[in-house]
Every structure is written in structure tokens, then in C-alpha cells.
Design a protein around this ligand. Structure first.
Ligand SMILES: *Cc1c(COP(=O)(O)O)cnc(C)c1O
Length: 465
């Protein structure tokens, strides 16, 4: 039964979906009035929905389909692995070849002495591992009071209790009693929205120094680690001012705290480097990985851990693990994904071809009357929508109103671009070609035109007073 319910008309699929399927990050009620888009197949950067529309996926699914859709090699490897050994665990002194091979490959790719990997099923689970690992590490080091993990407001680190607590998303904290204890948040380097009268460089310095202030306030003997995405993704693709990371790097070097780089989006080529940390000259103690690790073809994540930490954790039993840690099919698929990335030099393609071309086209969007700043690193970019460029004003309407209208226009024009409040974001498959970038930007421009017209018609091009 290869096409389980594909014979049903779209409306019937949508009705069944609305009746029985609870969606993540979706106002469920809306699905009964306007059904979910039913995606059926994919090829390269293109998706086809149940109505036959050919959609350019400028989000690579959820930032994960880095090598593009429709790579049969990955399907073949999965089928072969399922026949040979569909499942076995890695608990209690057992292992299997796919997990061994993937661990060794990741140790080779990762910078510095990040030579050890603890596997998880997702990025969220990996960040839960990180919370336990860094706190346990300090206990083993005779400093059990080093428990606090510092993160940033509007960061995204996943949706489990631990991941969402590390994350700085207020609407997530408001549901279910988060954050868990001993997580502290400092400001994000979003100059456009929060920089006020400061220059970007001044603002970057000020936001970076918040880490130092927080460590001083709580006491270095209380702080276990700092976690950050090299470039914030789900928070709206916030590219910090150039002054920001060098200061953080100095603080992390001076203070006895661990640094966790959440590379779930930035890892595996997104910035034109294997890892986002390399774009910034950072050497983390732990890196969270997921998404692009398997290009989303299988759910898999993990924590890449330095020898310093791994050696300490190895002295004791780490009472932690997931049934699917190092799942053989997911590991085999991830390995094949990495093989293709290397063989086809996809990271080079991003750095030398796609990213420079995209940057030029993306930055030209600032000429559009609805667009304030345009930011991009590698193949992750954002534009800020604004009713008044000069003052960087927000809209008087509720945050996200203009972003939602623009996203709907993109959908109608067969372009998947997401909105985070009133920022529009992209992270297309890394295999995107210059011709496809032209299509992406042309559709974005058309959608912006239509959204701008609609905002004017509805009297919404009004700055917040
Ligand atoms: C998506 C994401 C996560 C969570 O990964 P899941 O696989 O959805 O659990 C964590 N951190 C970052 C930076 C992410 O973008």
C-alpha cells in the first residue's frame, strides 16, 4: 500500500486531518475552516501538493532537507539497513556498525576535540542530554553548585521540557510551567527590533556584555554553561552585529563555564561551513546537532562532546539514554547524507556559488517599500517588514499581522517562506541553483507587492506610536 490514502480528494484528507491530527505550533481550530496544505512529493527544492501545485520550498522543510528532496540513495540505504538490522539499542555495552561508523565520521568532521557523540532522536532530546551532561560534569568535578545554564531570550532550543526551557520563547514558557529551575536568559542581539538609538556595533557590545554581567551577578561558581545558536534561526534569523561574538568569545575564554553551540540549524553546511561555529571562529565544548545531519530523511540528533567532558563523564555511569539513540536506520541514512554532501562538495557549493548569489539578490529586497533590513549568512536569511523604514518602526497592528499576510501571499504564489512575527525568513535546500534563486526572489518580490497592497488597503501600513 505505497500511497496510503492518496486516492482521497484533498477536502476529504483535510477533513480527516482536522478531525484527528493534532498539529505542532498550529491553532487547531483554524484547520476546520481552512484545511492544511497536503504535501505529496518532493524533488530538489520543489514540492508538489495534492492539488498539483509546484512549490519552491525556501525553508528546506523545517531547515533540514539540506541535500534536497528525492535522493534515492538515502531511500536505498534505509531499505538495505532495515533488512539487515532494523533496530538494536546501544545501551548496556552493545553497539552496531551504523552507529560506530557515524560516530567516527562526526568526530572527523567536527572542529577541535569534539570527538565523542551521544545520539538522540532529535535536537530537543539532544539539548535535554546537554542539560544533564553539563550539570553532571560539574558534579563529577566536585562543583555540584554549578547548575545554572545561561541562554538568550528568543532563542530556540527545542520543544521538550528541557529544550523549551533553554529556549527563550515566552509563548512556550507560558504553557506548561516553564522554564525548569536554574535556566537564566539574557538579551538577544536583534538590533533592528531592540537596538534603539545605538549603532549596531554598540548594541552588539552591550548585548554580549550581558553574559559577563549575568555571570558576575550569579557568581561563576553557580554557572555551568552558556548555550547559543551561532546564528538564531527560529527566532527570526537574527544575524548579530560583528561586534557581538568576539566579546562573547573573550568572556567564554576567561570564565570557567562551558559553551554549548546549538548547531541544529547552522550545522552541516547552512552557513557555507560545516558548522556555524567555524564561521565565527568558536570552539564549543558541546555542539547540538540534528536536522541537516540526515537532511531530515530520518529523525536523528545528537550531542558532540569534547574529550575534556567525555573523559569525565566516562568515570561514572551516565544514567541517561533514548531507546532510539544511534538508531541503525537513522544512522545509516545520516552517514549516506554526509557521504553525498562530501562527494558533491555541497558545502563548497554554498560558500562559493549559492550564498554569494543569494546575498546579492536577497539584499536587493531592501529596495522594496515594505522591507527594512535584509540579513543573510550562507543560505539562511531574513527580512524585516516595516511600515516606516527610516525609524525602524514596528507596525501598530498586533505583531505578526503583516508577516502572516505576507506568508499567505507567498503560499498563493507557490513559495514557502515563513514568518516570525513581522520578519520573513528563508533557509532553502543547500543544493539550490542560481536559476532557482532567481525564481525564489521573484516570487518573494511579487508576494511582497501583493502584501503591501493589502496592508495599504486595510489601513495597516501604520507605525506603532
Ligand atoms: C529545530 C531546533 C531544535 C529542536 O530540534 P527538534 O529536532 O525539533 O527537536 C533545537 N535547536 C535549534 C537551533 C533548532 O532549530
Amino acid at each position: 500500500m505505497p500511497h496510503i490514502l492518496n486516492h482521497l480528494p484533498t477536502e476529504e484528507l483535510q477533513a480527516l486531518d482536522a478531525a484527528h491530527h493534532l498539529h505542532p505550533f498550529t491553532a487547531q481550530g483554524g484547520l476546520t475552516t481552512k484545511g492544511a496544505r497536503v504535501i505529496k512529493s518532493g524533488e530538489g527544492v520543489w514540492l508538489t501538493d495534492s492539488e498539483g501545485h509546484r512549490i519552491l520550498d525556501a525553508m528546506a522543510g523545517l531547515w533540514c532537507v539540506n541535500i534536497g528532496y528525492g535522493r534515492n540513495e538515502l531511500a536505498d540505504v534505509a531499505a538495505r539497513q532495515m533488512k539487515e538490522l532494523p533496530y538494536y539499542n546501544t545501551f548496556f555495552q552493545t553497539t552496531h556498525v551504523p552507529a560506530i561508523a557515524l560516530s567516527a565520521k562526526l568526530a572527523e568532521l567536527a572542529p577541535g576535540d569534539l570527538n565523542h557523540v551521544f545520539f538522540a532522536g532529535s535536537g530537543s532530546e539532544a539539548n535535554d542530554t546537554n542539560i544533564r551532561a553539563v550539570r553532571h560534569y560539574w558534579s563529577m568535578m566536585g562543583k555540584p553548585e554549578k547548575q545554572v545554564i545561561i541562554s538568550r531570550r528568543n532563542a530556540y532550543h527545542g520543544s521538550t521540557l528541557g529544550g523549551a526551557s533553554l529556549g527563550g520563547m515566552i509563548p512556550m514558557h507560558e504553557q506548561g510551567g516553564l522554564p525548569i529551575p536554574n535556566i537564566h536568559h539574557i538579551g538577544q542581539p536583534n538590533w533592528w527590533a531592540e537596538g534603539g538609538e545605538m549603532t549596531p556595533e554598540e548594541f552588539g557590545l552591550a548585548r554580549a556584555r550581558e553574559l559577563e554581567e549575568a555571570v558576575d551577578e550569579m557568581g561563576e561558581d553557580k554557572v555551568a554553561a552558556f548555550i547559543a545558536e551561532p546564528f538564531q534561526g527560529a527566532g527570526g534569523v537574527i544575524i548579530p552585529p560583528d561586534s557581538y561574538w568576539p566579546v562573547l568569545k573573550r568572556i567564554l575564554d576567561e570564565r570557567d563555564i562551558l559553551f554549548i553551540a546549538d548547531e541544529v540549524i547552522c550545522g552541516f553546511g547552512r552557513t557555507g561551513n560545516w558548522f556555524g561555529s567555524q564561521a565565527l571562529g568558536l570552539q564549543p565544548d558541546i555542539m547540538t546537532i540534528a536536522k541537516g545531519l540526515s537532511s531530515g530523511y530520518q529523525p536523528i540528533g545528537g550531542s558532540l562532546v569534547s574529550s575534556k567532558i567525555a573523559n569525565v563523564l566516562a568515570e561514572d555511569e551516565f544514567n541517561h539514554g533514548y531507546t532510539y539513540s544511534g538508531h541503525p536506520v537513522a544512522s545509516a541514512v545520516a552517514l549516506e547524507n554526509l557521504r553525498i554532501m562530501e562527494e558533491e562538495r555541497i558545502v563548497d557549493h554554498v560558500r562559493d556559488v549559492a550564498a554569494p548569489y543569494m546575498r546579492e539578490k536577497w539584499e536587493s529586497l531592501t529596495e522594496h517599500p515594505l522591507v527594512g533590513e535584509a540579513k543573510i549568512v550562507g543560505l539562511m536569511g531574513s527580512i524585516a517588514l516595516t511600515p516606516e523604514k527610516a525609524s525602524r518602526a514596528a507596525f501598530a497592528a498586533a505583531p505578526g499581522t503583516a508577516g502572516f499576510i505576507t506568508r499567505e501571499r507567498c503560499f498563493a504564489n507557490n513559495l514557502i517562506m515563513r514568518h516570525v512575527a513581522d520578519r520573513m525568513i528563508i533557509a532553502p535546500p543547500l543544493v539550490i541553483t542560481p536559476d532557482e534563486i532567481d525564481v525564489l526572489v521573484a516570487r518573494a518580490w511579487k508576494s511582497l507587492d501583493e502584501a503591501h497592497q493589502r496592508l495599504k488597503d486595510e489601513g495597516l501600513m501604520v507605525a506603532k506610536g
